[in-house]
Structure formats: structure tokens, C-alpha cells
Design a protein. Structure first.
Length: 154
């Protein structure tokens, strides 16, 4: 949970069920990422929707370190971008990694997201209380669909 600046929590089954239930599949989605071969869950996306502004904010966790750097995030996020842009009336997607989360920053850039700004000292570290910078990346529906068309995936 370090790259997310989230404290490690030992959730009991009731707490876990409550967290999952907080996803209403309208303004908040909790979407599992699974190994296609074994069907074992390796991570998840939390996608929060601002219906008024037709904006989706993406957060992702890959809990299985063996899957880090294997392209699972890009593959799953591409499918989600297609779904939200083409079928759920979303016009912009946003991701906000911490400036120290180099793999996430690399993934956003490689997938065509634009660095829109840096929020200096935006968060406090859960481990030592220091101030952490957070970046904002964004991609519009038109940008995404154009990239997909160019790559022959649309």
C-alpha cells in the first residue's frame, strides 16, 4: 500500500463486505483484476464517477507483486477506458499518483495520458508525516478513442 500512501489494514470479513458494498456501480465502481488463466484476483480498480462533469477518477492496486510490471494494469485500464468512454457517457478520465510512484507515472505516460499538473505537498505521508507531491494525469474520450483507432483496437 506504500505507493498509494495508504496504511496497511487488517480488515475482518464484515469490514471487507462493507467496503465492497460502498461501490454502487453508478458513482463508485470496485472492479477486480484477475489472472485470465487461473482466475485468481491480482488487484482491483476503484473508479469514482463525477456524473455532472462526466469524469472518471481511476485508482488501481495490484496486490500480487509477481504481476507488477507485466502489463496487467495497462490491459485492464484500456478495457475500462473503452467501457466508460463508449458506454457510460464519460468524457474525461483522471489518475492521481503520488510523485514517488514511478511505475504508475510510467504507465500513464505510456498509455497516452497527459500530465496536467503537480499538486505540491498535497498529501501527508502515513508513515512519517512528511508532505508528498501528487500528480494529475488526464485523458479525454477523443484522445483515447483516437489512440485506439490509430492502434487498430477500436
Amino acid at each position: 500500500m506504500g505507493p498509494l500512501n495508504a496504511p496497511i489494514q487488517n480488515a475482518d470479513p464484515q469490514q471487507l463486505r462493507a467496503h465492497i458494498a460502498s461501490a454502487d456501480n453508478n458513482e463508485r465502481y470496485l472492479i477486480g483484476i484477475f489472472d485470465l488463466e487461473t482466475q485468481v484476483q491480482i488487484g482491483f480498480f476503484m473508479v469514482e464517477i463525477d456524473l455532472l462533469h462526466r469524469r472518471a477518477t481511476f485508482n488501481v492496486v495490484i496486490g500480487e507483486k509477481a504481476w507488477w510490471g507485466k502489463g496487467a494494469v495497462d490491459e485492464a485500464r484500456a478495457a475500462l477506458l473503452d467501457e466508460f468512454f463508449q458506454h457510460r457517457d464519460i468524457e474525461k478520465a483522471v489518475g492521481m499518483p503520488l510523485a514517488r510512484n514511478f511505475p504508475a507515472i510510467f504507465n500513464y505516460k505510456a498509455q497516452g495520458w497527459r500530465h496536467e499538473g503537480t499538486l505540491r505537498g498535497h498529501c501527508r505521508s502515513v508513515t512519517d508525516g512528511s508532505r508528498l507531491d501528487q500528480l494529475q494525469f488526464g485523458i479525454s474520450k477523443e484522445e483515447w478513442l483516437g489512440r485506439r483507432d490509430e492502434a487498430g483496437h477500436a
